[in-house]
Write a protein that binds this ligand. Sequence first.
Ligand code: IPM
Ligand code: MG
Length: 392
Amino acid sequence: MTDADRPDETPRYRIVAIPGDGVGPDVLAAGRRALDAVGAAAGFAIDWTELVVGGAGIDAHGVAIRPEDVEVCRAADAVYLGAVGGPKWDDPTSSVRPEQALFALRGGLGLFANLRPVTVHATLVSASPLRPELLDGVDMLIVRELTGGLYFGDRTEATGAPGSRSASDTLTYADDEIARVVRLAFELAGQRRGRVTSVDKANVLATSRLWRRVADEVALEFPAVRLDHRLVDACAMQIVRSPAAFDVLVTENLFGDILSDEASVLAGSLGMLPSASVGARRTVHGLHGLYEPIHGSAPDIAGRDLANPIGTILSGAMLLRWSLGRGDAADALEAAVGRALDDGYRTADLLPTERRPEDGSTRVGTIGMTAAIVDRIAIRRAAPAAVAARTP
Ligand code: IPM
Ligand code: MG
C-alpha cells in the first residue's frame, strides 16, 4: 500500500478558542500558533472554533457569553482562553460584566478544580524580587476550588443613600464539593512529592472547619500522601518565606485566587503562569477542560506586541496533556519554552528594569517570543506507533 492509498489517519482535535479582551487576542494567537506547530511536528491537527466572549461578547451580543457559546465549549475537546475584562466594561452599576463569561464557563461546564503550577525557570531567578536561594527547588501546584464559595454564593448589592447602604456575599461549601477537589489534590500529590497542604481559615470560618474535617477524611484514602493544614494568612507568609517547602496546595476559591497571584511572583512574572480548569467529565481523549494564563487582560499593553505569551503557551501544553492525552507534544512544547528562555529570549516583563537590556538576552515581543519557541519544538519519537496513539 502506498501513502496515497491510505486513508488520512491524522488525529484531529476540536478546540474552542476564546481570545477575549485586552491582551487576550495577542496571547491566544501566540498559543494557537504554538499548538498548530507542535501538532504538525507530532502528527496531529487542530480544528479551531473561535467564540466572541467577555467584553467583546457584550459589544457583539449584549452579554458576556450566550448559552449557545457554553454549549459549543461543551461539545469541543477543550477550551483555550486568552483573558476577559477591561476598563470599557468596568461600570460597577452595570448588570453585564465580562467576568460573567468565566463564571458561566466554570460553573456551566462543571470545572471545579483550577490547577496552577508554579515553577521557577533557572535563568529567570533574577527576574523575581525574592532572594535567589529562596527560589531553589520551587515546584508547587496550587489546586483552587473553582465553582463554589463566595464567587457562586448569593449576594446582595448595595442600594440606598450613603450611610444606609449594605451589601453581602455568601460563603457556602457542601462536603462533596470539598471532597472532590481535595481528592484530586491528593491524586496529583501521589504523582509528585506526596505532600498536600490544605489552606483554610478554620480559626474563624465555619466553611473552613468543614473543609478541614473533609480534608482529614479524604486523607484516609491516601496513606502514602502526607497532609498538613495551614491557615491562609500564615500560608501567604510562608509562600514568600520558604516557597520550596510546598508541593500541592489545595484551597477554596477566593483564597486560591489570592495565593496564586502571590505565588506568581516566584516565577518572575505573572505572564509566565499557566492554568487548567477541569472537572469530572471525560471525552474520548482525556479530561474536558478550559486552559488560560493566570494573568488578566492588561488593557494598557493590548495590541502592542508586548504581552508575554508563555503563560498561554504553557496553558496549551497543559491542554495537550490533560484534555488530549498528548503528553509527547506537551513535553515538546514545555521543552521549547525552556530552550527559548535558556537562549536568552525575554519579553519586557522578564527584564528587570534596572538592568535592561541584560547581558546576552534578546528583547522580543509577543510574536518574537512565540517564533523563538516554535523554532525550538522538537518531538522525540520513541517509536513511530507512539505518535499515532489515540489513548489518553
Ligand atoms: C482568575 C481571575 C478571575 C478570578 C477574575 C478575572 C474574575 O482573577 O482567574 O484568577 O477571580 O477568578
Ligand atoms: Mg485571579
